[in-house]
Design a protein around this ligand. Structure first.
Ligand code: COA
Length: 259
């Protein structure tokens, strides 16, 4: 049984809650390991169709890597910690099922990086974002220098990375770091409504979109377009595509089976 994570599955939606509220859900080695296990379940359990990731308590999503652990690390341990965290977050990003971060409070350092590894971010009005690592004399280790410029552009990313400044949810929305901002008491409802809407669509098509954007963003335009065309062709062989198009013609809701 995990000790630092809650994993609740209901109606195809896995709600994963980082659960160390007394330490503002900071990512220590146990959290990372248990997050890795939770991702394995997401990847392999067909009953899981989508994920909402959040933090326990009202104050923090995740306030970063555990600074008490960082304080003790030597260079090779630091590199290993960074590579491990990067690998866990990358697996989340490539799990093949939609993942929404419900950012309920501080998302700093590793917390901001974890939110960025999710496919969509919905923030409560109380959320705060930042990459304050430079204030500790270290840099981001879980993908901040790689994903932040991809999400918000190089100049804005460098401003956040170099100043270590914290921004509020409205500013995060303005620069494109989050998709939506909602009142705190509506956060989970909004995340669930969005995810349920996504899950009504063809699951193979959802998976193809996730893969095409993930691989396509790193490819040339021509390679990305070819990947899209290959998916388009492949999806045309599925029963779900027949069902989706037939349901439109017959003016009814499609029933997708993921085949
Ligand atoms: N790692 C380990 N412990 C952390 C933590 C982190 N990243 N962030 C917060 N905590 C712990 C605090 O040490 C404190 O523990 P204690 O009660 O045993 O002393 C507890 O969580 C509450 O935090 P506190 O600092 O008292 O809350 P606050 O409301 O005064 O401040 C923050 C909130 C987020 C501004 C502040 O906790 C903070 O700056 N955290 C570090 C953020 C950071 O630099 N993250 C990047 C790490 S690479």
């Amino acid at each position: 049984m995990p000790t630092t994570l809650l994993f609740e599955l209901s109606d195809g939606i896995a709600r994963i809650t980082v659960n160390r509220p007394d330490k503002l859900n900071a990512l220590n080695a146990t959290v990372l390991s248990e997050l890795g296990d939770a991702i394995t379940r997401v990847e392999t359990d067909a009953a899981v169709r989508g994920v909402i990731l959040t933090g326990a308590g009202s104050k923090a999503f995740v306030a970063g890597a555990d600074i008490a652990e960082l304080a003790k690390q030597r260079p090779l341990e630091g590199k290993a910690r960074s590579l491990l965290g990067q690998q866990v977050f990358r697996r989340l990003e490539r799990c093949g099922k939609p993942v929404i971060a419900a950012v309920n409070g501080f998302a700093l350092g590793g917390g901001c990086e974890l939110a960025m590894a999710c496919h969509i971010r919905i923030a409560s009005e109380q959320a705060r974002f930042g990459q304050p690592e430079v204030k500790l004399g270290i840099g981001p280790g879980y993908g901040g220098t790689a994903r932040l410029p991809r999400l918000v552009g190089r100049g804005r990313a460098l401003e956040l990375l170099l100043t270590g400044a914290m921004i509020d949810a409205a500013e995060a929305y303005r620069i494109g770091l989050v998709n939506r901002v909602v009142p705190a008491d509506k956060l989970m409802e909004e995340a669930q409504t969005m995810l349920r809407g996504i899950l009504e669509n063809g699951p193979l098509a959802i998976q193809a979109c996730l893969e095409a954007v993930d691989a396509g963003m790193e490819a040339s335009l021509d390679q990305a377009l070819l990947l899209e065309a290959n998916h388009f062709g492949l999806l045309s062989s599925t029963a779900d595509m027949r069902e989706g198009t037939r349901a439109f013609v017959e003016k009814r809701k499609p029933v997708f089976k993921g085949v």
